[in-house]
Design a protein around this ligand. Sequence first.
Ligand SMILES: [Zn+2]
Length: 327
Amino acid sequence: MVVQDDPCPPIAPPADPIARVLAVLDGIADHGHGQYGARCPAHDDATASLSVAAGQDGRALLYCHAGCTAKAIVAAIGLKLVDLYPTWGARHGAPRSTLAPRLRRVDVEENQPLLVATGLTLAELAAAKQLPIELLRRFGLRDFLLGDLPVVRIPHHDEDGTVVAVQFRRLLTSGPGKFVWRRGDTPALFGVKQLVQARRHGPVESLVLVEGASDVLTLEHIGVVTLGLPSAAHFASEWDSALDGIARIEVIIEGDTGGQAVCRWLRNVSWRTRAWMVRLPAKDVSELYLVDPSGFVAAFQAARDLAVPVHPTWPNAASVTIAARRR
Ligand SMILES: [Zn+2]
């Protein structure tokens, strides 16, 4: 039997956006693990300035180290931003995917790197942090549209349960614009409402103070009462009342410049005699959990066991009296 070559095979575009992009780029170098280098088509590129990699959802991520925008890069090779997504069918009569609003936003924000403009959903955040989405919802987190951009809305409550500040998370990974506060809001503690609820069930003897909502959610997931600082830079005196009556306040000291900032203000807060410093064998609580979720409870407890008091000699009535007289 003779198999005839089809003289006119249907020309289908590659379904994989990475393959689609690589098919039209020059000077491709395969760096392994799905990472490629190529000459950037949007500027006169003698070296391979363009990095190509796959995003979590299968989209092709483009990054020109000379600063060309994703829009300029795809335009130079005759593609559109939508071609970077595994949704080719959307342009060929198939139902529009749920990613459509994001793509419009990408078009609008042509001067921003693609990673910045694609937004974040509650489900994506829960999956990335390996936390049940119900826990995030219980803390008031929800999907929100900032313009056309999907973001996660993170409400911050006072002790009466009133929302006093709202933060929007726009990115999973670190980068400019990862978080933005609602216009006019003053950054506030995260988890105050839940702390008040915990107090209703009995006295709260100890509490962990972390940086950011994700670390609060991670510790609440294992039943640890936690408050989140909006940043490592300072602790406002108006937040003191949230810590009233709590005998032991364990402050996570992150191993970066933020951790150094915490060490500076921690020596001056009114509750310093109740404060303990906890160092983690990871960047932060969330990272410690993600490297080994099943071993997290033990790893976190081991770090707590090594906590050191901020003022090892206090409370000491004599030294307090002498200090007061000298003033
Ligand atoms: Zn370039």
